[in-house]
Write a protein that binds this ligand. Sequence first.
Ligand code: ATP
Length: 235
Amino acid sequence: MLAISGVHTFYGAIEALKGVSLEVEAGEISTLIGSNGAGKSTLLMTICGSPRARWGRVLFEGKDITSMPTHEIVQLGIAQSPEGRRIFSRMTVYENLQMGAIRNTEDRFERNVSRVFELFPRLKERRNQRGGTLSGGEQQMLAVARALMSEPRMLLLDEPSLGLAPMIVKQIFEVIQQINQDDQVTVFLVEQNAFHALRLAHRGYVMVNGNITMSGTGKELLVNPEVRAAYLEGG
Ligand code: ATP
């Protein structure tokens, strides 16, 4: 569904991605793990067109989106839930969901809102509360819910577990699995929390210093000694 080949992305003279190639298959959850500063967020942002790849290509369903403006990429059915959540803190939960409802007709909006409230009952309880007053976990749920409002076929998630308590992390990953299985949304998940992220992944990739160094099924990477030593033990 998504094919990235030989992508190089720069911040000025800094080469953050040094020829990244990977594929995300339709219907699957693909996970990219790697430590701080490896280039994971840069890859997600490059898929969405900002910053752009200097060299290489990004294809979505066979279409070259490498140089496409971000809003057109969203129209194709890709939605991102960015790191740090970036919800609108002065708006209510419901208003945040309205902001995510790109291309929704009224009846589709109602259907999408009920679906995200089904996935995240906490958000339903807090629908009239301002985003800024939610807990970290609830803000993360809202960021994912807002991304789902555009009815994406592919959801890009940047470290959804960052800074959350283990109970909440478990809930978030369960919902990601539900979105994939029940709603047939293809998921590309970027995580430092390698254990949870690989457990639910059909396919996994490891990024080190702007390069993909390993790939395999989620299960293969979970038992791989190098992955265990670098990302799982003591973590
Ligand atoms: P993290 O988990 O901390 O988000 P990451 O794997 O997502 O890490 P990136 O944020 O993609 O890594 O960063 C990759 C490299 O690019 C790092 O060396 C980082 O310092 C650099 N970088 C990221 N954003 C910028 C920027 N706006 N300007 C300059 N350098 C940047």
